[in-house]
Design a protein around this ligand. Structure first.
Ligand code: ARG
Ligand code: ZN
Length: 474
C-alpha cells in the first residue's frame, strides 16, 4: 500500500494542475482512511465516502440493556473505494453493501473495517446495511462507555462521542446527514429522539417510536432517551412541533425544570432576533432523571441534567442549549479544535439574555468573569482557541470564550458585531467552520484588523490586559 501511495503522490506532483481541475478523490482507487484527520481525535470519521442518510431501526429491552437491529446507511463514495471504515463499537452480525454480503469485516475498538465484494465507484449510490446486537453499557472504547443505563431505560447522549455505542456511521461533524430513528420498546416505555415523531404504533406488546430529522445533523447530536417519560406536544416558535419530556420521578426539581424548558419557544424567539431564522424543523427539551451530568444541544431537542434546576428555574441553560442550534448544530466545527465556535457563542448568548432581561449587562458579566480570577489562576493557561483534546469543555472555552466575543463587540461596535454573527450563521448554515474563517469574516464585516485581539484572547496563555489594546474598557 505504501508503494502505491508514493506513486500516487509522485503522479500528483507531476500533473498537479490537471488534478486540481478534478473533484476530490478523482483518479484514486483504494481504501478509505480510518479517520478524517481531526487533530484532536484522529480516528473520528472515515475517508472515502459521504453519508446522506441514516435509517436506524432498533429494538431495545431495558430489563437487560439488549439493543438489536439494523442501520442502513445511504452514502456516496468520494473515490473508487476498495474498502472503507465505519465508526462502531457494538457486535456486528452481518453487513451487506449494495444488497450483497460483504467479503469481510473486522472490528477493533470503534473501527469497523469493511471490504465489499466489489470496488465501489465514486459518485455511485451506496447502501450499507449493518445488522447488530449487543449490550451497549458493557462495551468500552478507550476504557469508557458513553451509553448510560438508567433505572427505567437508557440514554445515548454525549459529546464528542456517542454514536458508535448505538449506530454505525461516519462519526465526525464534517459528515452530516438526515436521520430516521426508529426504536421498539416494551409497551408502556417511551423513546425520545430528534426531530418529529411520525408515529408510535403498538403491536404484540412492543411500541415502535418513529422519529425523523429532515435537516442535516452531525452524528454526535443524534440521541436516544428511553424510559418512563411524561411527553408534552405543543406548538412552538413559528408554529413548529414543540416536544418536551420529563422523566417520571424527577422529584422536587420537576416544577423548576418545566418552568424553564416550557419557555423554550420564548428563548428561540429571542435567539432568532439576534441570529436570524431558526435552522431546524422542531423544538423541545428532555430531562432524564439519571445518566446525565451535563446538558447537551441534541439537534431540535436539547437534553438537560436535573442538576441545572436545583435552585429553581434556569433560563440560562435553556438559552445556552438553544443557542447551540445555530452554533454547533447548524454551523458545526470543522475539527474539534474549533469548539470555541460552539461554546463561546452559546455562553455569550446567555450574557445577551441577561442583558435583555435586566439581570446584568454583558459588560458587567465580562468584568465579573475577568475580575474573579487572578492572573495566576490556571484558568488563564487554557487556550479557548486550542484547548487540547482532554479539555474541549474546559471553563476557559466557555467563559474566556464569551469574554473574547465581548472584546470583539467592544472593538467593532454593536452594529458590526451583530451583523458579523448574523452573516456568519447565514453563510455557514448546515456547514462547518473554523476559528480562522470566523476571524477573517469579522475583519471583512468590520473593516478592522482583528488579528491581535483574537491572538490575545484565544491563542495566548495568561490573563489578557484589559484596556486599549484588548478593546475592552476595564
Ligand atoms: N456542549 C455541551 C454544553 O455545553 C457540553 C457537553 C459536555 N459533555 C461532556 N461529556 N461533559 O452545552
Ligand atoms: Zn455548550
Amino acid at each position: 500500500m505504501a508503494v502505491r501511495n508514493t506513486l500516487r503522490v509522485a503522479a500528483a506532483a507531476t500533473c498537479a494542475l490537471a488534478l486540481l481541475a478534478l473533484p476530490a478523490g478523482a483518479g484514486t482507487e483504494g481504501p478509505g482512511s480510518a479517520g478524517v484527520g481531526d487533530p484532536y481525535f484522529p480516528t473520528d470519521g472515515n475517508g472515502g465516502y459521504d453519508v446522506a442518510h441514516y435509517d436506524i431501526r432498533l429494538k431495545y429491552q431495558p430489563s437487560d440493556d439488549r439493543l438489536e437491529g439494523t442501520t442502513t446507511i445511504v452514502a456516496k463514495p468520494t473515490q473508487d473505494l476498495t474498502r472503507f471504515n465505519l465508526d462502531f463499537a457494538l457486535k456486528v452480525n452481518s453487513i451487506r453493501v449494495n444488497g450483497t454480503p460483504v467479503r469481510t469485516f473486522t472490528q477493533q475498538g470503534k473501527e469497523l473495517q469493511v471490504t465489499p465484494a466489489t470496488t465501489l465507484r465514486r459518485g455511485s449510490l451506496l447502501t450499507i446495511v449493518v445488522d447488530y446486537a449487543d449490550t451497549p453499557s458493557n462495551v468500552k472504547v478507550d476504557g469508557t462507555t458513553a451509553w448510560r443505563r438508567t433505572s427505567d431505560g437508557a440514554v445515548a447522549i454525549d459529546e464528542p462521542h456517542i454514536s458508535s455505542w448505538w449506530f454505525p456511521g461516519n462519526d465526525h461533524p464534517t459528515d452530516k446527514a438526515t436521520f430516521d430513528i426508529s426504536v421498539a420498546v416494551p409497551e408502556g416505555t417511551e423513546v425520545l429522539s430528534n426531530g418529529v415523531l411520525k408515529s408510535n404504533p403498538t403491536k404484540y406488546g412492543w411500541t415502535r417510536w418513529n422519529w425523523r430529522s429532515t435537516k442535516p445533523m452531525a452524528t454526535y447530536l443524534a440521541f436516544l432517551a428511553v424510559g418512563q417519560y411524561e411527553i408534552n406536544t405543543k406548538t412552538g416558535y413559528n408554529g413548529q412541533p414543540f416536544v418536551t419530556a420529563y422523566s417520571e420521578g424527577l422529584g422536587e426539581i420537576e416544577g423548576a425544570a418545566k418552568a424553564s424548558i416550557e419557555r423554550t419557544p420564548e428563548a428561540v424567539e429571542f435567539l432568532v432576533g439576534l441570529y436570524g431564522d431558526y435552522p431546524f424543523e422542531a423544538q423541545g427539551g428532555v430531562v432524564p432523571k439519571e445518566g446525565l451530568g451535563f446538558a447537551l444541544e441534541n439537534q431540535t431537542r436539547p437534553t438537560y441534567s436535573p442538576a441545572f434546576f436545583r435552585n429553581g428555574a434556569n433560563m440560562y441553560v435553556v438559552v445556552h442549549e438553544n443557542a447551540h442550534q445555530w452554533f454547533g448544530d447548524s454551523v458545526s466545527v470543522q475539527t474539534w479544535r474549533n469548539v470555541w465556535l460552539n461554546e463561546g457563542f452559546a455562553t455569550y448568548s446567555e450574557w445577551l439574555w441577561s442583558e435583555a432581561k435586566g439581570e446584568g449587562t454583558a459588560q458587567q458579566l465580562f468584568d465579573y468573569e475577568y475580575g474573579r480570577r487572578p492572573a495566576d489562576d490556571p484558568f488563564w493557561q487554557v487556550l479557548p482557541g486550542d484547548p487540547g483534546s482532554k479539555q474541549v469543555f474546559h471553563n476557559a472555552v466557555y467563559d474566556r470564550g464569551a469574554m473574547t466575543l465581548h472584546a470583539l463587540r467592544t472593538e467593532v461596535g454593536d452594529q458590526a458585531f451583530f451583523s458579523t454573527i448574523k452573516s456568519w450563521v447565514a453563510q455557514k448554515k448546515y456547514q462547518n467552520g473554523t476559528i480562522e474563517e470566523f476571524i477573517a469574516h469579522a475583519e471583512k464585516i468590520s473593516g478592522k484588523k482583528l488579528g491581535k485581539l483574537f491572538e490575545t484572547w484565544l491563542f495566548t496563555k495568561g490573563k489578557p490586559q484589559v484596556g486599549a489594546q484588548s478593546g475592552v474598557a476595564a
